[in-house]
Every structure is written in C-alpha cells, then in structure tokens.
Design a protein around this ligand. Structure first.
Ligand SMILES: [Mg+2]
Length: 267
C-alpha cells in the first residue's frame, strides 16, 4: 500500500463507488490489445497517415487518457484523428461496434465458461475482491458500481462474477445516449442524495477518470494497480497514471483487506 497523499483525512465512510473493468473484473483483460491495433489500422487507412509506429503511439496515448470514460469517447477521438489525417468523418458508433465485436470474439470463452460454471469466478476477479466487498458490507456502507462499459454487459458480468448481491441495484454503465451517464454524474448524485461530505465517500479505480472524479468532490481515492497478467506486484504503467491522477493511496489488489479496513475505518 503506497500512501501518495500523506495528508488525507478519511471521514466516516458512508458510501463506496467502484470502477468495474480492471478494478474488480478481469473478464475484459487484454482489451487494449484489441483496441490499439484496430484504431491503428483505422488511422493507417486515412490519406495522410504517419508511420505505423507513430499511429500506434498516437492511438495508445489517447486510449489511455480516456480509459474510464465510456468507450464512445475513445471512438469520437478516433474519428477526430481520422479527419485530421484527411479522412472522412463517420458516426463513431461504427468504430465502437466493430471494436466490441472484436473484443467479444476474444473474451467470449470467459463469459461462456463463467456462465456454465467451467470457470471459477476467482480467475477473473482482482484478488481479494470478495473479501473486500464482505468487509465493506460488514461496515454497512452503501456500494455503487459505475463503469464505462455498456450497462447491459456490466450487469451481465457482475452477475457472472457473483457480485450482484453487493450492489443493491446500484450498478451503472454506458447508455446508448452517452450524455445520460458519466461516473461524475453518479458520484454527484451519491453525494447529494445522501447529503454527504466528500470525505465520507471513497472510490476504487484503476484509471484516471474515476480517480479524478472522486478527488473533484473531495472523496478518498484508492488506486488499484493490479498487474493483470502476472497477478503479482503492481503494474508500473497503472501506478504511474494513478499517481498522476492524485490517488490518495495505491494498492496492488485487495489481498491486504485488513490494511484497507484500517485505512478506511481506522480500526
Ligand atoms: Mg477500469
């Protein structure tokens, strides 16, 4: 556990909001290896494209910057980059659908295996997830889940991992009309509906967006830098981006549930 912000003042925690992909769920792990080559391919097809290396670098940069927002934002940016290179603007939903088709092709066996019971959910959960959620429930905090993935898939995958019961219906994801949802909106609503001070709200996430959204309302931001490949130690890339987003503390996963409990509840 790395304490980035030594001055952090944790209030009486009332609500906790989670990101989903990369924070609790690993069902979609490897999505960057689908999105980056696909976006690079689209950029390379524009009339005034750069070298393969340049376009791949460009795609990686903006994909990472927008991770945590709804997928459509990455596709809107792709369309802008195509136009910059002299290509035609199209409805970004076309890019989103093609990306998602390719991603599902890669991960469908995981969803299938979880649905039939051939795969144990533990294989696609960040280590310690269930113990963490049990601990938070024992402290009677309200749990919320807000994801940039389409809501229909988020709800299915929460169920496949056996986590539905923890969230009491408070599971949110991207809508077709993307302006109707954002993580910031969910966070603001939690604060206003429960009349909270920021320091009574904690958030767990592995991307810039949710960490920044939590910090904007004065909440306690816990960065989760799980190495999704090895499941050991921290992912350096995530650690760097969570530090830059001003997470208060950064953890590698939830195996040290006792340490997290001490930090949030002081005992
Ligand atoms: Mg994430």
């Amino acid at each position: 556990m790395i304490f980035v912000n030594k001055e952090v003042k944790v209030g009486i925690i009332h609500s906790v909001v989670f990101d989903f992909d990369g924070t609790l769920s690993l069902i979609r792990k490897g999505w960057q290896e689908i999105m980056t080559p696909y976006f690079t391919e689209v950029l390379m097809a524009a009339p005034n494209h750069g070298t393969l290396e340049e376009e791949s670098h460009c795609a990686r940069e903006f994909i990472d910057l927008l991770t945590g927002k709804q997928t459509i934002y990455q596709c809107i940016r792709l369309d802008e980059e195509v136009v910059k290179r002299g290509g035609q603007s199209i409805d970004p939903i076309v890019y989103k659908n093609e990306y998602h088709r390719r991603l599902l092709e890669k991960i469908d066996y995981r969803r299938e295996g979880l649905a039939t019971g051939d795969i144990d959910p533990v294989e696609y959960l960040v280590p310690g997830s269930v113990a963490l959620l049990d601990m938070l429930k024992a402290h009677e905090v309200n749990l919320y889940l807000a994801s940039g993935t389409d809501e229909k898939y988020v709800k299915e995958e929460v169920e496949l991992l056996g986590l539905t019961k923890y969230f009491a219906g408070e599971i949110y994801g991207a809508r077709d009309d993307y302006k109707l949802f954002s993580k910031a909106m969910v966070i603001k609503r939690i604060i206003s509906e429960n009349n909270l001070h920021g320091s009574s709200l904690a958030g767990f996430g592995d991307g810039y967006v949710e960490i920044e959204n939590i910090k904007e309302v004065g909440g306690i931001a816990i960065g989760v830098a799980t190495n999704e490949e090895t499941m050991k130690g921290m992912d350096e890339w995530k650690l760097e981006r969570l530090t830059r987003a001003h997470a208060d503390v950064i953890i590698e996963d939830f195996r040290n549930v006792r340490g997290i409990e001490k930090f949030l509840f002081k005992g």
